[in-house]
Design a protein around this ligand. Structure first.
Ligand code: GUN
Ligand code: ZN
Length: 451
């Protein structure tokens, strides 16, 4: 070991999160897309050191190179035997559906009516919103997710609750108030002008505060009037840097309903295009029932897709076509889509992503999978200049994965010969038990309890 002038490796200690700290272990991160750059897309150090200074990555490199450069008395936290990588980026999730997860037997439109709207109506109560938001953020971090793009509900207080919970942990969150002024129960309905005014006030209060950003959030085309969709475009035009999140082409019944409600449209996506809602920082969940023209429009406009495999399977929606998305050049991230989705774990989500692509004759490669869950997701949110990798200067959001988290995982990984094989075992067998620790801006915010 080239210890240099650094202090000897120690157990992860109480000073973790000091202005300068170093973490020694296996390190993996991406600097590009493996589908484009091949092996040049990732950086891998079997024995690496990640140095964090004031919440940012100072350097990530081979231990024998980095250790001798550390200032005397630098604390080196010993994660040898574990895998350090950037925190996961969940590009589509509904915090207010935490209690809807695992609701039986309905496809999208019935599922919304039967389970989702009643659960979201409870977020009129700020105390309920605060309780769920705190639980949800803890779960995200326990699953290694350090950035998320989040739907609240139509109640402004639900947005305050999720931003406050994220801010308390210095998390990078993008969130917004759901806009829906028709075809939903009164308890969750807003009005076009009321929703506009509420969104303006929330943007003022939260957008750009610390690591938080606002997303204009029309639920989906069927639940907004033309006026509300037009006002979404105005919100985006009047507030630079604000995001947009919505759903498109998830379910065949939904697609048929949109065709009835907007008879002039060429396609479901065309409705959003008509109102100027295809643009950079616009993220659309699902994107299953699209055609080549739609995909091209998304790519040209700079909008992104969120691939939500556990939700698409659970709600019986269909299979996302990842190769077609990649061929069109559109940005794609991965989403858990709780509560249509079945797990907040991005490892579980990668497992299902693999199966969905495999069904269509294209088996998602392990390195591509972990790129999708980290830098790819960050790029789809256009946050890849700040997060998603461990390049020098990036915000130090990282996780420590334990390849021996369960006896079965340990046994399978012992027999794996390559990095790709070990990553594959992690994504097929792993879940929150494999997340040993989670760091946000260099501060440890989660440590898995020993069992
Ligand atoms: N489409 C409109 N609303 C929703 C929602 O809450 N979940 C999912 N999966 N699809 C939607
Ligand atoms: Zn959703």
């Amino acid at each position: 070991m080239a210890g240099g002038n650094a202090t000897a490796g120690r157990e992860e200690g109480a000073g973790d999160g000091a202005p300068v700290a170093a973490y020694r272990g296996e390190i993996l991160h991406f600097v590009g897309d493996p589908a484009v750059l091949g092996d040049a897309a990732h950086r891998h150090h079997a024995d690496g050191v990640l140095v964090v200074r004031d919440g940012r990555v100072a350097v990530a490199g081979a231990a024998h190179e980095v250790l001798p450069t550390l200032p005397p008395a630098t604390q080196v936290i010993d994660y040898r035997g574990k895998l350090i990588m950037p925190g996961f980026v969940d590009t589509h999730v509904h915090y207010a559906q935490t209690d809807v997860i695992a609701s039986y037997g309905a496809q999208l439109l019935d599922w919304l009516e039967r389970y989702t709207y009643p659960a979201e109506a409870r977020f009129a109560d700020p105390a309920h919103a605060a309780e769920v938001a705190a639980f949800f953020v803890r779960e995200l971090l326990a699953n290694g997710t350090t950035t998320a793009m989040v739907f609240a509900t139509s109640h402004p207080a639900s947005v305050d609750a999720i931003f406050a919970a994220g801010e308390a942990r210095s998390m990078r969150l993008v969130a917004g108030k759901v806009l829906m002024d028709r075809n939903v129960p009164e308890s969750v309905r807003d009005t076009a002008d009321g929703g506009f005014d509420d969104s303006c006030a929330l943007i003022e209060r939260w957008h750009g505060r610390g690591r938080l950003a606002y997303a204009v959030t029309p639920r989906f085309a069927p639940t907004s009037t033309d006026r509300q969709l037009a006002l979404c475009g105005r919100l985006l035009d009047e507030h630079r840097g604000v995001f947009l999140q919505s759903h498109v082409a998830e379910n065949r019944g939904e697609v048929a309903w949109v065709a009835e409600l907007f008879p002039w449209s060429r396609s479901y996506l065309d409705v959003y295009d008509h109102y100027g809602l295809l643009r950079e920082r616009a993220v659309y969940a699902h994107c299953i029932h699209l055609d080549a023209h739609d995909r091209r429009r998304m790519a040209e406009s700079g909008a992104a897709m969120s691939f939500c495999p556990t939700s698409n399977l659970f709600l019986g929606s269909g299979l996302f076509d990842l190769p077609a998305a990649a061929d069109s050049g559109v940005r794609v991230g991965l989403g858990t889509d709780i509560g249509g989705g079945t797990s907040l774990s991005m490892l579980r989500t990668l497992d299902e992503a693999y199966k969905v692509t495999h069904m269509a004759g294209h088996a998602l490669a392990p390195l591509s999978a972990f790129h999708l869950a980290t830098l790819g997701g960050a790029a789809s949110l256009r946050l890849d200049d700040r997060i998603g990798s461990l390049e020098t200067g990036k915000e130090a959001d990282f996780i420590v994965l334990d390849p021996a988290a369960t006896p079965l995982l340990a046994r399978r990984i012992e027999r794996a010969e390559t990095l790709a094989e070990r990553l594959f075992a992690l994504m097929i067998l792993g879940d929150d038990r494999a997340v040993h620790a989670t760091y946000v801006l260099g501060r440890r915010v989660h440590t898995r309890a020993r069992t």
